[in-house]
Every structure is written in C-alpha cells, then in structure tokens.
Design a protein around this ligand. Structure first.
Ligand code: FEO
Ligand code: CA
Ligand code: CA
Length: 671
C-alpha cells in the first residue's frame, strides 16, 4: 500500500495499514472535536434551556453533594485466576512478532469460522484467487469484531453472531489486470462487510462447537442489505437521498466495530468509522466534525456506486444514514434490521444494555474518537420480562424512543492514580424534545457530536466498549488511548478522568450510577486501571490498588464479564506501545485479588483481539481474531493464521490460503 498517511506517525499503538483501512488514518488529521475550551466539570459556560439546567446541570450540582454510592448487591466470592471455573495460570506476554495464538497450559484452541467459510448449502467454496461478490455474500465475512455465542436452551445448538468491520484489499486478493476485474473486487469487499448469524452445534456441553452450513437461521448482512430507520429522525429531510426520498430505508451497514446483546435476544452493532467510505463536501454541515473529506475514499466504492460520492446533491445526505446503533434479530433471518436514530449518530463503538429492577432500560455507548464523548440512552418504555410473543414485540420497540444523555465528569487527581469523582448525565433529548439550544430533535440525533459540544460534555480518551457488569451494575468504560491529550496545543490537557498526558496505553473507568439505578442522571466514578507495563517507570500505571505482579496490558478495547463478575479485557494496540502481542486479560473486581491482571491469551502477528465471550461454566472462551498479518500483502504474507495449525504445520507456499480473520474457541483439554 503506497498512500499511508500514518506511516511513521502511528503513535506507537497501531500499524499504518490498520490506521488507513480501519479509520481512514483519522489520527493523521486534526481532531474532529474543535473544542479548545476547558470543559471539565464546567457548568456555567453556556446558556442551556431550563429543562437542561434542571435535569443536567442540576444533577451535577446535586451529585456534588452526594456520597459515593456503591451497589446493593455484592459480587460472588472473588476467585483468583487459578481457581474456580475457567481456572488458568496466566501466560507470559508474547512477542509482537510471534505468529502464534497462545493459550494457557491445559487449554486448546480451534477455529469455528474463518473468512470465506461457506454458510449456505448453495455457497461456493472459498477461493481467494478469484474475487466473487455473489460468493462472498454467501460466505463468512472479513475482519470479525463484535462476537456473541447464544446458546439455545437445550445446550447442544446455538448461534454465532458477529460483526465484519472492514476489509484489507491488498492482503485478501491478488492484483487485478483491469477496471472490470477491480470492480468485482470492490463489490466483493462490500459483501465481506456487515454481519453474520451462523448456527452452531456440539456433541455435548464443554465440547467444541462446529458451525452448521445451511443452518435455518444462517444469515449474511452486507453493505447492501436493506435497513429500516427508527426513532425521531426517521424520515427527516436530513436523511433523504435520491434513492430513498422517504429517509426511512438505508442500504447496508459498515464499519461495524463492537456491539452488545440485549436481554431480549437481539444484537446491537455500532457503526464506527463510516467516514472512510465516502467522499463529501468538507463545507457541508457535519463533515468536519465527523471527519468527512473530499478525497477518494479508503475503499473506493464511489467508483461503482454513486451514493458513496456525497459531493453530489443526490447523495449529500448519504453519510447521515451511517453512524448509528443497528439492531439485528438473529432468531428471524427474514427480519429487517433497524438503525436507531434515538441513540444518536457518532462513531459508535457499541452499545450495552442494562435493565434495572424496575424495568428501566439504559444503553451505554462510547464515541471512539480522541476527545469525543461517553453517552447513555434511557428507553421511554420499560422492559417487559417473559418469553411471550407480546413481550418480545414490546421489547423490540425499546430502543426506538427515549432520552439521550452525554457524560460530564468532575473529580480529583490523586498521586497514586486512584482518582475518583462524580459526574452528570447531561440530556440532549428529553421526553421527545431537544434540550440543546438552537438544535431540533432530528438535528441533535443526526449531528449528535455537535449537540454534545454545545452542552460541554467531557472530552474522553477514546471510549471503546462501555459495559455494565451484570453482577453489580457498575459500568466499565474502556478508554483505549489518546496520544494527543496534553500534547497538542489548544487541546484539553489531563483531567482526573483522563489523567495522563500523551496517553498511549489507555485506562479503564469504573462508574457507579447514583443509587445504582440505570436511569440515574448522576454518577460517581473511579479509575480502575491505568494500563501499561509496570516495569516501564516512565509511565504511571495503576491496577486498582493491587501491588503484586500483573501482566502488562495496553490499549483496552472490548470488555466482557464472567459469571463470577470478573472483568475480561481484550486489547488493540499493545505491539506498538509495550512491544507485545495483543491479548485477552482477566481482572477480578472484588476482594483481595481486585486489580490482579492476568493474561489468558495472545493473538498472532499484527492481529487485534476482539469479541471476547466468556462462558466460564462451559470452560470456554471465544475471541474474534481480527486483521492477522495486516501489514503483509498477497505476495508477502506476515501471518499464516489459522490454517497452520489445522495443517499441523505451515502449509507450502503453493497451498497458501492465509491469513484469515477467524473466530476461535478456547476450551479446556480433557484430562
Ligand atoms: Fe473499531 Fe473503536 O475500534
Ligand atoms: Ca474496538
Ligand atoms: Ca463487550
């Protein structure tokens, strides 16, 4: 790849290739948040509506007078890494150049699904020598990210649900001879994006899963699948295009990063770096704030589909139709997936739902951009328990209507890094009305970053996964990194919630809602982890007060919980910061082991660890291994994952079929 804006500038956390493909080298551009004003804990800077002051600023003032409230329900007895279900002895850090998938002693790994695996009876076999869009639309997509494994009640069958975030043309297919062949490559890349639902089966519990080719519920969603738009901005003139004058039906989803699984059995998927798919008028509203430029897009789809050229009046609004949380019902392959405008438009990493004991439904969401924000959506209607068709129909409406908030933090820096403080959820939409002066509801929901700027939300260090712990209700915010904090003139410096300048290793915030209620408008928070290698004395680290040895950990990205309430963290960026492979880590949150970070797994060369799914009562862990060998080319691969193991050794060059992004399961070996 010749045009790599981030070559030599990757801030030591990601390869220039990944930067180019994944986020259009966003870090090489000015930060889309133009704010240079101090915003931390500031309330009085701008005139808010009376409602906003009452519900937002008032909440912060009230929060300042509140004690820190801890949850009412205690976690299960804490377990060290080597006790209880899924007991393991942590692995040693693995070199960033190793092309291996490392798991603890006594465990084994097997692939479940690899890019190109045929999903339907009619699917052609995988053939990376010949790009074929129709074939790809019937095969597992590329660069698996969000993952869940939903086990059916009897335990022998299940569903694998997975995002396909982006593609890497130079590594996937050989060079082509002409424009027609290259157009087929572009169509194939469109079909390799999106989402997969695939049925699984196994002989018995604790046995490895296999995927079912031709499973009744198998489904591929691609950059062309029809989505229905829901919520207050559905039908808005801001969403209308020549191909969709209704503003209610959108073709496809892409840039789908992380997500969440709802208690009613659907999957939420975050449309993240959508800007890399368009060329657009830089003077158009929102272009600058969302990083849209009038340059050839990273993927080049505008060469085969005019809607990706938003410089034309016909498709000026097409970028407004991406950047949402989408909801997919994996139980019904004929259902129309939906984009929920009520949850706002930004570079959505994902969304994770918590249902309170009174049925209140909250969804926590991060905007994965340096100096962007943390959000919460609170549904208007309450969750209806039970498995009846009526309950399910009701619950499928929950994310279409509700209040949207953005977080404003205050607090104090402490010498050990155990910072803490309070915060407010500042409303952007409340009871169906905009609380942002000068912006209508549909403007708030389409230009959400702009709205959050106006209410002076706290600029964060790239919120990735934001997830409530099902055991305690506390919310964990993975701030993956922000190398520009306190470094770039005019940009915010460190604050208590984002305490390190040039934050290359990232941190994790532990957030407790006021009275542990999902619908609270204020919260308390503390730092759980300041990530890094504790052996590197140039970087301040903090591990929730644990002072024994820990596994070095950098760039926390996706998080998950086991049934004991322990936190599991997957990473994206450790090679450049601590010169180790990315991996999966377990962190107890309660008791004497709190903060004791241990490494469970490391991924192969150039790969990032995505997904994680922890089925500890099944002695199983699942990860989506994304972009293995990313810095290689078709001719010069840098990884042979995963088929080197299936073949027992590295295959001959003549047989080369890799690397392939793959969903992997890790299970305990039988004694
Ligand atoms: Fe796709 Fe926010 O990482
Ligand atoms: Ca991510
Ligand atoms: Ca997660």
């Amino acid at each position: 790849m010749t045009n790599l804006p981030m070559l030599g500038l990757t801030h030591g956390n990601r390869s220039a290739v990944t930067c180019h493909l994944k986020c259009d080298s966003q870090c090489s551009r000015p930060d889309p948040n133009p704010s240079t004003e101090p915003t931390f804990a500031e309330i009085a800077g701008r005139q808010l509506s009376r409602r906003a002051v009452l519900a937002g600023g008032g909440a912060l003032a009230a929060a300042a007078a509140l004690p820190v409230v801890w949850p009412e329900r205690a976690a299960a007895a804490p377990r060290p890494g080597d006790a209880g279900p899924l007991a393991f002895t942590g692995i040693a850090p693995v070199s960033e150049e190793a092309d291996t998938l490392a798991v603890p002693a006594g465990y084994q790994w097997t692939p479940i699904l690899r890019w190109g695996d045929p999903l339907f009876a009619s699917s052609p076999a995988f053939n990376p020598n010949r790009p074929d869009a129709q074939a790809q639309a019937l095969q597992f997509g590329y660069n698996n990210d969000y993952l869940d494994i939903l086990v059916d009640p009897r335990g022998r069958t299940g569903l694998l649900c997975c995002n396909h975030e982006y593609t890497n043309r130079p590594i996937m297919f050989p060079p082509t001879a002409g424009a027609d062949e290259e157009a087929e490559v572009l169509r194939t890349l469109m079909a390799a994006h999106g989402f997969s639902v695939v049925e699984l089966e196994r002989r018995a519990r604790r046995q490895p899963w296999r995927y079912v080719r031709g499973g009744r519920r198998n489904r591929r969603i691609t950059a062309s699948t029809t989505f229905r738009v829901t919520g207050p901005a559905a039908g808005s003139p801001l969403l209308r295009t020549a191909a969709d004058p209704t503003g209610r039906r959108v073709a496809g989803t892409f840039g789908n990063c992380s997500g969440g699984t709802t208690p009613w059995g659907t999957i939420l998927s975050g449309e993240e770096n959508f800007q890399g798919y368009f060329r657009a008028d830089p003077a158009a509203r929102g272009s600058k704030r969302y990083g849209l430029t009038n340059t050839p897009s990273v993927y080049g789809w505008e060469k085969i589909d005019p809607r990706f050229d938003a410089t034309t009046s016909a498709y000026a609004n097409e970028p407004h139709r991406f950047g949402y949380i989408v909801e997919i019902d994996p139980s019904d392959p004929s259902s129309t997936p939906r984009k929920h405008t009520a949850m706002g438009r930004f570079k959505h990493e994902g969304a994770n739902v918590r249902v309170d004991r009174d049925g209140t439904v909250a969804a926590y969401m991060g905007d994965d951009e340096r100096f962007d924000y943390l959000y919460k959506f609170v549904a208007k209607r309450k969750y209806r328990p039970g498995k009846s068709a009526a309950a399910r129909r009701h619950n499928l409406t929950l994310l279409t209507e509700g209040d949207l908030y953005v977080a404003r933090f205050s607090g104090e820096q402490r010498p050990d890094g155990d910072n803490l403080g309070r915060g407010a959820w500042v409303p952007l939409v409340l009871d169906g009305e905009s609380t942002v002066p000068g912006m209508s509801v549909d403007e708030v929901l389409v230009f959400t970053r702009e709205a959050a700027d106006l209410v002076k939300a706290t600029p964060m260090d790239r919120c990735e996964d934001v997830e409530p712990n099902p055991t305690t209700g506390k919310v964990y915010v993975a701030c993956t990194n922000n190398t520009q904090r306190g470094v770039t003139a005019g940009k915010p410096g460190p604050d208590a919630a984002n305490p390190r300048a040039g934050n290359k290793n990232g941190h994790v915030i532990e957030l407790t809602e006021h009275r542990n209620r999902a619908g609270a408008t204020s919260f308390s928070w503390n730092i759980l982890l300041l990530c890094g290698d504790p052996a590197d004395t140039a970087v301040q680290t903090y591990f929730a007060g644990w002072d024994g040895p820990v596994a070095p950990i950098s760039c926390p990205d996706n998080v998950a919980f086991d049934t004991q309430g322990n936190l599991w963290i997957s990473t994206d960026g450790a090679p450049g910061t601590i010169a180790k492979a990315d991996g999966l880590f377990k962190v107890p949150l309660e008791g004497s082991e709190r903060g004791h970070v241990q490494q469970f797994l490391a991924v192969p060369r150039d790969a990032e660890t995505c997904g994680p799914v922890i089925h500890d009562t099944d002695d199983s862990v699942f990860v989506a291994v994304q972009h293995p060998g990313e810095e290689g080319t078709w001719a010069e691969p840098r990884s042979y994952f995963p088929d080197y193991v299936a073949a027992g050794q590295r295959p001959d060059r003549g047989d080369w079929r890799g690397p392939r992004p793959t969903v992997v399961q890790v299970t305990k070996k039988k004694r």
